[in-house]
Design a binder for this molecule. Structure first.
Ligand code: LCS
Length: 393
């Protein structure tokens, strides 16, 4: 089916679809490391790029290509490069866009390891970075240096749920000739399409919403141009952080229900956020669907919905937060997000623990911040679970 003019949910099911011609299998899997050539000339033509036959799974595989084509179409990009993890996606973008003497400006509340790896590994290759509050465009402008090449943001950010103005970031990137990279993990293309705003590159940890079932780790990079695609694919193939066919098959399966999963999770998240905001033991709640969110209007303007990630702090800070985390039964005390299960975690001691206290605080990651990833269970059960845990304080 040609999905070009199809609706989003139809694209989720049919984009990139690859039906096995021999057996007419609707959902085939090509669990193979290599592909045999018809003859020596055919092999040579495949290597020369004169024939688009498959060669070797590190370079390309039908299941992986199906997923790459589907997510690229959903993001309105040129093409996609799937990877073994979200961190591999982050790193092939860094490696593809930055070289010795270059500088990157980023948000001070990105996923901890996305900052951690840049600050610990990349200085070895003479790549520098500066972290600012990207929800304040002036701070971004002030951080730009003559050697800045990349502006890297996450919106909403992990774990503060701060929203960065995509239009402003695009304007800054254009003005200073920077590549704008957006980690779209928290939204997925269902809720936000950064390339439509003018970003150059979008990446995802597909471990989260795109797969949605907490059973694989994976990533993807989507580019706007062929040039960026070729450059970053070359890094992926040579680093060897390709996606496995079975991982791709599971992810393509999970992707089919992205729309209905997010609809359900965000409807529940709105109710959970309202419940928490009204609770007398809660200090503050940050959720894009609450009018109290500092960028409520901006979120409404650039996202198709508020999503299902909530951050909050319990009165009494980290001590009381721990009581809640230790006493929930339905919500699992686990890192990750975007799956069908409700998960709760403590960023300061878990996902962002490798960042110093100072870096955490400058990014708004307070010691008492608790992150809740709302799943698709019955919302009454999610709220009842939080309610009995809060009663233990
Ligand atoms: N980008 C974002 C926004 C993330 O949340 C994560 C993982 C990554 C990139 C890296 O992806 P991975 O290699 O794990 O597939 N975030 C996690 C989190 O918040 N809890 O556990 C992992």
């Amino acid at each position: 089916m040609n999905t070009k003019n199809a609706g989003f949910n139809s694209k989720l099911i049919h984009s990139g679809a690859m039906h096995d011609e021999k057996l007419s299998a609707v959902s085939p899997i090509y669990q193979t490391s290599t592909f045999s050539f018809k003859n020596a000339d055919h092999g040579a033509a495949c290597f020369a790029g004169e024939d688009d036959g498959y060669i070797y799974t590190r370079i390309a595989n039908p299941n992986v290509r199906e997923l790459e084509n589907a997510v690229a179409e959903l993001e309105n990009g040129f093409d996609g490069i799937a990877t073994s993890s979200g961190m591999a996606a982050v790193n092939i973008v860094y490696l593809g866009l930055l070289g010795a003497g270059d500088h990157m400006v980023s948000h001070n509340a990105v996923y901890g390891p996305s900052r951690g790896v840049m600050e610990t590994l990349y200085p070895k290759f003479k790549v520098e970075s500066t972290y600012v509050d990207a929800t304040n465009a002036q701070e971004v402008r002030d951080a730009i240096q003559p050697n800045t090449k990349v502006l890297y943001i996450e919106t909403p950010a992990n774990p503060t749920i701060g929203i960065t103005d995509l239009k402003e970031m695009v304007a800054i990137a254009k003005e200073h000739n920077l590549k704008l990279v957006v980690d779209n993990t928290f939204c997925s293309p269902y809720l936000q399409k950064p390339l439509d705003f003018g970003a150059d590159i979008v990446l995802h940890s597909m471990t989260k919403f795109i797969n949605g079932h907490a059973d694989i780790v994976a990533g993807i990079v989507i580019t706007k141009t062929e040039e960026d695609y070729k450059n970053i694919r070359n890094v992926m193939v040579n680093v060897g952080c390709n996606m496995d066919p079975h991982q791709a098959w599971l992810t393509r399966r999970g992707l089919k229900t992205l729309g209905i999963r997010i609809d359900r999770a965000q409807e529940s998240a709105q109710k959970v956020a309202e419940y928490l905001e009204a609770h007398d033991k809660i200090e503050w709640v940050k959720y894009p669907g609450l009018k109290s969110h500092p960028q409520y209007e901006l979120g409404k303007a650039q996202m198709n919905g508020p999503g299902s990630m909530i951050s909050f702090e319990v009165k009494g800070g980290v001590k009381s937060g721990k009581v809640v985390m230790d006493n929930v039964h339905l919500a699992l005390l686990a890192v990750s997000l975007g799956g069908v299960e409700t998960l709760i975690q403590h960023p300061a001691s878990m996902t962002h623990s490798k960042l110093s206290d100072e870096k955490q605080l400058s990014g708004g990651i307070t010691k008492g911040l608790v992150r809740l990833a709302v799943g698709i269970e019955d919302v009454e059960d999610i709220i009842a679970d939080l309610d009995q845990a809060l009663a233990m304080i």
